[in-house]
Design a protein around this ligand. Sequence first.
Ligand code: 5GP
Length: 194
Amino acid sequence: MPSRPVFVVTGPSGAGKGTLIKGLLERVPGLEVAVSATTRAQRPGEVDGRDYWFLSDAEFTRRVEVGEFLEYVPYVSGRRYGTLRSELERIAKNGRTCVLELELEGALAVQSEVAGSVTIFIAADVPELARRLRGRATESTGEIGERIELARSQLEQAHRFRYMVRNDDLERATAALAALVECELVRVGTMGRP
Ligand code: 5GP
């Protein structure tokens, strides 16, 4: 039986990765998003174990040391984010196809380490990214500036990934993302399998 792909959705902060993935899950059955671990603070409305596993610095370090992470990165303000191997195993065991939402370095690491990974870069123009980040109002002004600067340089790296979807129009971008995921699933013969 062919092995299932692992879809990796990447792109700058504020590109709308989370919203696009939500739309993707509504359109394509059998997908599940892995819950990452992070040391950043929990935002209002976020739930531990659903949005992220919120870990202390010490706990994150302990898990790095025992090899629990497939990849992890330090991000803005020294916060760390990482993909737990156990999440991929859990999703595969449930007969589902894994979707990862990662920043660029993590996506590149998974692209080179995981056979069957399919990377998708979500692009948006800089004024739009800035507007989204300010509208979200969950980070401090300094941190938003840092994320916008990072986004600017990250947009130039789209070519390093298998696919790119421009999130200029949410409906169109969600449809494009769902179509390419379905194509990949059909290609490896997993589409429609329970
Ligand atoms: P946020 O703080 O907005 O939730 O996430 C910041 C960035 O971290 C986003 O670009 C998100 O895709 C990325 N991210 C979330 N989880 C992981 C992870 O497990 N590994 C990596 N490399 N990046 C992650």
